[in-house]
Design a protein around this ligand. Sequence first.
Ligand code: NDP
Ligand code: MG
Length: 384
Amino acid sequence: MKNITILGSTGSIGTNALKVIKEKKDKFKVIGISGYSNFDLLKKQIEEFQPKYICIGSKSAAEELKILYPEKIIYFGDEGLKNMGALDEADIVLTAISGSIGIEATVEAIKKEKRIALANKETMVAAGEYINKLLKKYPKAEVIPVDSEHSALFQSMQGSGKNEVKTLIITASGGTFRGKTLEYLKNVTVEEALKHPNWSMGKKITIDSSTLVNKGLEVIEAHMLFNIDYDNIEVLVHPQSIVHSMVEFVDSSIIAQIGVPDMKLPIQYAFTYPDREASTALEKLNLKKLKELTFDEINSDVFKGVQLAFKAGRIGKSMPCVFNSANEVAVELFLKGKIKFLDIYEIIESAMAQHELKAIETLEIIKNIDKETRKWVYENYGRD
Ligand code: NDP
Ligand code: MG
């Protein structure tokens, strides 16, 4: 039996993880869950899964929960989240929070040498160099990717040595606006940007998919997770979202992981690795129904998310953190209707241009850069 903590249980990944666990109650036990603002859903999850530890966004909501569930241990806010990452009883911590707010809890989980099932890619982008140093210091901790592309790369690499890998080929659906022109993108609305063709996900990552910043974040995430040079990472548009990513090896063989576009598989694999297990929660891909699998270049003149990420990643040090923080604020401003779609690129570009590069040796430095970048973006683009 493996004890699991889910950070962000009320989100898209979190609810999928609970579906995975529900089908395998003999193998997995939920010991901790955290939500932020969705009180009602968190309550339902507490009643169904009976976790011992719970975390919610505000103090008042935590007090309300304590009255309802006096026998439970209830935390709140950022400090609460850190405690949730460090629970002694946990074997696996699934980080399914959206945004760089997930960094500190992940750091706590590494220090306690847990398995981290990592969905929260922003952590690996903003703090990847620091996280990798920490993983060397705590060698029993392990990060298993949940992001579907990285899970696919990880699965495709099983049984091979790192020096046999030549290129990581990350696939991209192309997002909502695949094939559209710059002219078209100038005036797209929030509602249009939130319609993803193949995946149902949280709002932030859905906007990131439409700008292809999500793919950019994934390029940096892949570099940080697998220690592969940026020159050996490629992105291809694959609108069917069936091939979740591929690894090309030195002998030119390419191994791909394919399946239905459903996050339950990568979530379960991160829980069961190195084993595979049957589950009624997992849907089978019907190969006979596939009409075509196509692969194409990204149109980087229109969608700058990937090239900006390559630039930030190659500069390294604090630049990926700036790329991520600027994008987080830009997406928030876009969702609030304060900026236009294409301003997201301008914000990331100008935040990177004004930044003075720093080494990221401590968590404090990362937190400061994140804070400074957010402040800079709000001051320059967030005013009414
Ligand atoms: P959602 O927006 O659906 O869920 C986010 C979760 O984080 C919710 O539980 C939310 O709580 C909680 N949360 C939000 N803000 C805070 C905060 N300030 N403090 C603590 N908790 C907070 O996101 P997704 O599930 O879509 O994505 C989660 C992560 O997984 C992201 O990093 C994303 O990039 C990554 N990912 C997601 C995929 C997907 O298919 N959805 C695919 C691959 C990666 P509440 O709702 O209660 O407010
Ligand atoms: Mg992905």
